[in-house]
Design a protein around this ligand. Sequence first.
Ligand SMILES: Nc1ncnc2c1ncn2[C@@H]1O[C@H](COP(=O)(O)OP(=O)(O)OP(=O)(O)O)[C@@H](O)[C@H]1O
Ligand SMILES: [Mg+2]
Length: 550
Amino acid sequence: YDSQGNFKQTHCMLRDITDARKVEMQERELDDKIQHAQKLESLGVLAGGIAHDFNNLLQVMTGSLTMAAREIPKDAPVNRRIDAAMRAVERGASLSSQLLAFSRRQPLQPRSIDLCDLLTDIDDIIRSALGEGMEVELDAVEALWPAYVDAASTQNAVLNLLINARDAMEGRGKLKIAIANRHFGPEDLLGEPDMVTGDYVEVKVIDNGPGIPAETLPKVFDPFFTTKPVGKGTGLGLSTVYGFARQSGGRVTINSRPGVGTSVVLLLPRAQSAAEPVRWHDPSDIAGGTETVLLVEDDAEVRDATAALLSDLGYQVRTAEDPTAALKTARQDPEFDLLVSDVVMPGELSSRDMAETLQAERPDLPILFISGYSRDSIVRDGKVDAGVQFLAKPFTKDALAIKVRDALSSVQATAPEQAEDISDRPCHVLLCEDDALIRLDLADILDGLGTEVTETASGQETLDKLQTGHYDALLIDVGLPDMSGEEVATRVRQQHPNMPIIFATGQANVPAAETLGHCAVVQKPFGDRDLARALARLGILSHADAASGF
Ligand SMILES: Nc1ncnc2c1ncn2[C@@H]1O[C@H](COP(=O)(O)OP(=O)(O)OP(=O)(O)O)[C@@H](O)[C@H]1O
Ligand SMILES: [Mg+2]
């Protein structure tokens, strides 16, 4: 207004807040994502705990029911009751294995697998699971990368997705499975703290069902969330897929447009080695034997039930109630062929230490661990150490029979080779250290210990060397110029599941040493003896050699 009070002009200020809003929205999305992940995390802890205790109870029931059935004449009416109880145990077992899968604690045995072959392999299972009204199109890219996954769990996950799609389409229509190679850089993985950049194999299940309403979408991975009528769905399908994907080092995401359809994307890590053929057990594999088994289990009922199953299969059984007692009986009479042991037991000596002690005395001794819980010292990061057999509770007699035979025959198959390894040629260590002086020093020490040494100065050089040469062990610095020693080791482990790896580090801890299994850490500064001890611990040198080296 001017001095007379007449209107003159308006001042107007405009500020473009689009960018600020975008950032705000992105932050909110990220927050939601993190909160969602945290919620699933704590639910997982709870679910895993329950499943563990539940499995021990079920184990006692399976064993007792199997033995009860044997003591009763086949035509006795009470057999029907036993059958019904057995079926209930089976349902309980499948429920608890789903809970373990969700809590990322199911024992996985990943190997390099061609996912297209894997799914083609179970074509008939898919067809009968989906019913006649469904058509499935499997579409895989040429030169598909192999994935590093557990075969049975992968199939189970994909079946879950297919059955969800079928249910959404009410049993009629066409759905598609598309398998492709994917590379992820850092910008693709924003808000995915657990994923590493790199190569993945993607399995996408696409349906054109009714889709999922926006308000339901955030809940679909929650355990027991279902929109299906009582008795139709447990709501554990997607939860197990979620746990499986994350435990395998991948992820699962779901996109849905109401009225258009749903696609679920399962990302699984790429394997570094060529795909191996998948081996399934057929019923003729179920055989007993006459070897002697040392069974270590603290729970008297589980012990009796398992011992009874083993004797029933023809084995001679000796039992011990804890690791200390097991060592004692093993030393009194070393004539046994297999150690079968529970993982978590009371007492000062852990079952892992007991097993290591026994294996140090008898390197060819096969070991089968049994547990209701995979997150024990035997299973690191949900993966069973190479060379160790693992059986999850509750198990059936057939499952026990297969694992026991597997464990016994794995040694028969590998023992002569190992013997030759030790006697015929010196152990060959690949040494990776970027500091030339330290490398020289370490090569000297290794030389003094009677090993052959090949030196490298970077992560890439190490990986290249491993592609072409044969080495018995890797000694690697954690801080390397091109990539961390842990990353190198992780890649090496995928191709060489049994290779002993020693990390040399100045860091307080090396997480990869825990998760990869068959690793040792020597803290800088370390001396000759420290290195010798680490080599001995991993079975590269005998304890005597390590001690006499100096
Ligand atoms: N392809 C899909 N289309 C539409 N809705 C889906 C789809 N997949 C999952 N859902 C929704 O997510 C819910 C949870 O799925 P989830 O597989 O976890 O459990 P469920 O299928 O209900 O039961 P279960 O798998 O244990 O038999 C389903 O009940 C359904 O509402
Ligand atoms: Mg389902």
